[in-house]
Write a protein that binds this ligand. Sequence first.
Ligand SMILES: Nc1ncnc2c1ncn2[C@@H]1O[C@H](COP(=O)(O)OP(=O)(O)O)[C@@H](O)[C@H]1O
Ligand SMILES: [Mg+2]
Length: 336
Amino acid sequence: MKKEQVVHCQFSVWYPIFKQHTIKSLILPLPQNVIEYLLDDGTLVVSGSDHIAQGTHINDSDAEEDIQWSDDETTTTVTAPEFPEFTAKVLEAVNALGGRVFPKLNWSSPRDANWIALNSSLQCQNLSEIFLLFKSSDFITHDLTEPFLHCNDQDSPDPNINYELVLRKWSELIPGGEFRCFVKENKLIAISQRDYTQYYPHILKQEESIVHAIQQFFSQHVQYKFLDEDFVLDVYRDSQGRVWLIDLNPFGEVTDSLLFSWEELTCSGEITQQQDGPAFRYTTSEVTVQPSPCLSYRIPRDFVDLSTGEDAYKLMDFLKLQKSQQEDHEDEEAPQ
Ligand SMILES: Nc1ncnc2c1ncn2[C@@H]1O[C@H](COP(=O)(O)OP(=O)(O)O)[C@@H](O)[C@H]1O
Ligand SMILES: [Mg+2]
């Protein structure tokens, strides 16, 4: 994989070519100060500029007596940096896309950070929500800091990248309809179920029509139209059988090869020698179900419950625990 191939797979490069076959999206250039903010670990996400409350104030008379739920003068108010102009542009774009968006940078979405979102989803309505996801995501940091990792032309200078915030209209995609297609020398050589951790009985039943629909889509709308002859295409087959382009990725290690291996997919592998149509792999039974690849990015279940507010008692326990730990700590530090 060459650096140039990575450059070609940026959203703003492929989107104009395949606009008619993908989800409506808007691209906003990321100002330099926003990039710096995203890379800075020490800063906060929540700013006063849009409607996420700062320092949530719970005032419930039924709450445990020994907890004082109030904002008093000991509450520290630390303000996050604000980007009024950019915030306004983002809000305008979000509204133009129907009020709910899926955010990305040039290549990646913050898929590894959805645990932190209040709704455990990548759906965003404003810049604070986008920042929270982006600042919690290793995939976003990868885009910003090492986009050319795994390229085999490391001696050549890194191409200049103009960072962009991509906002895509929110669409309820059913994971069982998503497939990853591997294209080598402009030939569709392999298709993998994208969410391979799950068994979807409909894939087994509709195997032939799925492959046929994807092949048709590829030959009519994609083949020879992209800037490279090797690339990886993510598609979605909707309930009417229509195929949509979801994403375009470099043909190489940075892209997850899912149910194939990169060894199989590159020239020496057996997959490339197949003549009659692409190889199609999917999870065929519950038995082969694998752990989710994002598992290592997840946090303990208790924290999910806390962040979604599903378990009020857990939240109280959590706060009590924090309070008692604080007190212990104060005792330890108290002069003898
Ligand atoms: N517009 C959208 N609305 C809702 N979900 C989306 C949208 N676009 C993508 N997704 C979901 O997010 C996943 C990752 O999207 P993708 O653009 O491929 O990002 P990445 O390159 O980071 O994997 C997709 O597999 C799909 O399930
Ligand atoms: Mg991708």
